[in-house]
Write a protein that binds this ligand. Sequence first.
Ligand code: SF4
Length: 286
Amino acid sequence: MDVIREFDPWHDPLCTCPRKYGLNPYTGCEHGCLYCYITSYIPRAFECRPKHNLIARVERDLKQIDRSRPISMSNSSDPYPPIEAKLGLTRSCLKLLAQENCKVQVITKSDIVARDLDLFTKMRAVVSFTVVTLDQELSRMLEPNAPPPERRLEAMKRLAAAGVPVCLRLDPVIPFLNDSGFTNLVRAAAEHGAKHVTSSTFKPRPDSWRRMQSAFPEVAARLRPLYFERGQRHHNSWYLPRELRQKLMGDIKRACEEAGLTFASCREGLAGMNSGASCDGSHLIG
Ligand code: SF4
């Protein structure tokens, strides 16, 4: 297959996602998040380019996929970069996937997603909104070109009000930066219609670590021993010590319980803590 690809073809033992596919209508992502990992494997990763001849390629791939598996849009780019408002590539893909009755999972930081409400209400889909803080200034520093958190929450509310299942992706959690205020963030998501929360701690690679270090030198000085002395390496990423990850995920799980939401951690080796029927919210797809 060409543009619809196996998700996690390396079968990372820490990944608890159901078997699914990934589809990125765009190469690279303009949101330019400091913590993003795509810069470790995509050249010019923060320049968003539409994929050539995408719709014909999706049509071809659709003939080969296993229809019981969800298609995740997207994991190496946001499917709703600013240029999507003009090009509508993601919208064209969704139309095709809806026609073929595919199960779709959308993960985004953009309120442009609400434009496609008419499609989502007629298809099997779940939409996850990544929000890592309600603090506008911190969000602007961490996710410089993404819409502010309140616009994401407003879009979440619009979709939920129309009956589209929505989730919160609180990912990544970065100690000393956004490791407090979980209760307010999770409560806000619940009030805007979320049913499930997926969370994960920051797992730096050399490039994302350099960006964090340059934007937040004092925080990086406190994080350094946690990752590089007491933490552990898994594949190309560094992990916080397990007990700290367990504490952070435990705090978020408690906030979810208080707000009446299910919870799951992502790639933490803590699947025993999960209360949702899937980690990624795909169980909410109708
Ligand atoms: S929205 Fe996602 S893919 Fe895009 S820069 Fe941010 S973390 Fe990376």
